[in-house]
Write a protein that binds this ligand. Structure first.
Ligand SMILES: *Cc1c(COP(=O)(O)O)cnc(C)c1O
Length: 486
């Protein structure tokens, strides 16, 4: 028997409390639904035909994928379209510009050819900032003059690795900032089949303490494939590597990955091996809403992960229509602590894809953070945020205050392209509408932020201060022509 959504936990669409659940979890087969299956999702049969057409129109542009667990156990179908998990996973008309939506809707409605739909969709995608924050240009390192396409090294201590077989997810978040790689914009896809070149890079970069597997979702990979990437990292030659992290949404969207999937036990064995080799292993779990922690499957999965010695750290962006209220965050942080997981980051939604649909102004994100933060004990205050992953670094809004006669945002880098910028407070003019760093202006009579000049120099010279090397200048692909720097 699978858990069914329990409406008693809902207050105004956001759970105020999540209970610990002790039910038994039994085997479950994975079934994915993507755009071509929209007509077969049982729960969608009650939607009006124009709503289905709208869904098909939007999902031609933005990636769409859900699974049986998300549909059956996480979404409250009595509450759609407002239901937060429905908003989180199902495409909505408002995610496209009105004009773009009307064009796509008309094409789908009149049964236009798939190639026509795809070419229009591609044109719209290219206008949606598919690759924010200079990820391709500034973060990809080189070894012997060759770029390492599956590797990003932006902050000195941590390397991101995108295993080529981990570039999809068990279900897609509608707000995903890596959406472009799921719609087949190949130029944008990071891929690296060579775990070996990663090891070579790490051997020559002893400043790197942490490797973060990301994607997509690396836990989409079968354990035997993941093992090929992870085991070489346990070599004594890489004794400077303190931690291995795996960014994942599987704990929320498909907890059976740790429970009853055929290679679930093998995955847990792999986790134990990492711990036995003396490394910290962290799952960087993406939880967007307390309901994702409110099923027996989700809770038992956490217990099994913890039994291996791995740590689960939790992060997500603040998203309008999904979790833009303090009650949801406080409930989420509380149940995370109760289940032994660690609240880690609250992010600000990136400037890409359907940003207008989801964006929350910085001032509001900060108020949500502060209200939720004061409702949890110190064990939940490990969380930092709201944090913007911008081109210069991760910038946290520390506060809104008044200095002399000026209202200001107090900001701070928690990670920076130049390690010297970390931890230095700086000030921006208060702006209730601003949603991203690039919209902010220096306060207190300063002409520019303290890092602006150095950031210009980094872009001009492709200098990479985080790891003390000069980047080989990359050809700038035309699809990036419109990408702006923050
Ligand atoms: C967030 C992030 C990391 C990890 O930062 P931590 O503060 O160590 O969690 C590493 N690289 C990039 C590019 C990031 O955005």
């Amino acid at each position: 028997m699978s858990h069914r959504f329990d409406a008693r936990h809902v207050v105004d669409g956001s759970e105020s409390r999540v209970a610990v659940r002790r039910a038994r979890v039994t085997q479950r087969g994975y079934r994915a639904y993507s755009r071509k299956d929209i007509d077969t999702v049982p729960a969608l049969r009650h939607l009006a035909p124009d709503e289905i057409t709208a869904m098909k129109a939007v999902s031609a542009v933005l990636p769409f994928r859900v699974n049986n667990y998300v549909v059956e156990d996480l979404i409250n179908w009595d509450d759609i379209p407002e239901d937060p998990i429905y908003q989180l996973t199902f495409p909505q008309a408002g995610m496209l510009d009105r004009r773009d939506f009307d064009r796509m809707y008309a094409l789908v409605r009149r049964g236009a050819s798939e190639s026509r739909i795809q070419s229009t969709a591609r044109e719209i995608q290219m206008r949606m900032n598919p690759h924010p924050a200079g990820q391709m240009e500034l973060n990809v390192p080189h070894i012997n003059g060759q770029s390492l396409p599956g590797v990003q090294h932006k902050y000195r201590e941590t390397v991101l690795f995108f295993p080529s077989q981990g570039q999809t997810c068990h279900a897609y978040c509608t707000y995903c900032f890596r959406w472009a790689q799921f719609v087949g914009i190949d130029e944008l896809k990071f891929a690296n089949r060579e775990a070996q070149s990663l090891v070579e890079y790490l051997k020559s970069h002893r400043e790197v303490h942490s490797i973060l597997f990301t994607g997509g979702d690396p836990l989409i990979m079968k354990t035997r494939v993941l093992r090929r990437y992870i085991e070489p990292l346990l070599s004594p030659e890489l004794d400077h590597l303190v931690s291995i992290r795996i960014g994942t949404k599987a704990t929320a969207y498909w907890p059976y990955r740790f429970l009853t999937d055929p290679d679930a036990d093998d995955l847990l064995r792999l986790f134990k091996e990492v711990r036995k080799a003396g490394k910290h292993l962290a799952l960087m779990s993406h939880y967007s809403h307390p309901r994702e922690l409110d099923t027996p499957a989700a809770q038992v999965a956490l217990r099994r992960i913890h039994s291996t010695g791995a740590v689960v750290r939790c992060q997500a962006p603040v998203i309008r229509n999904v979790n833009d209220n303090a009650r949801a965050w406080a409930a989420m942080w509380r149940i995370q602590v109760q289940l032994g997981a660690v609240p880690y980051y609250m992010f600000v939604e990136r400037d890409t894809g359907p940003k207008n649909y989801f964006e929350v102004p910085l001032a509001r994100a900060y108020e949500i953070f502060r209200k939720a933060y004061r409702r949890v004990s110190g064990l939940g205050r490990t969380v930092r945020g709201p944090s913007m992953s911008a081109t210069p670094g991760k910038v946290v809004v520390e506060g809104i205050t008044r200095i002399g006669r000026e209202d200001v945002f107090v900001l701070k880098f928690v990670q920076a392209r130049d390690p010297d910028w970390v931890g230095r407070p700086f000030f921006a003019k208060y702006d209730p509408e601003a949603t991203w760093l690039r919209e902010l202006r220096p306060a207190l009579g300063e002409k520019e932020f303290f890092f602006s000049r150095a950031m210009r120099e980094i872009k001009r010279s492709n200098r990479a201060p985080a790891w003390g090397e000069r980047l080989v200048k990359r050809r700038r692909a035309t699809v990036f022509g419109h990408v702006e720097w923050e």
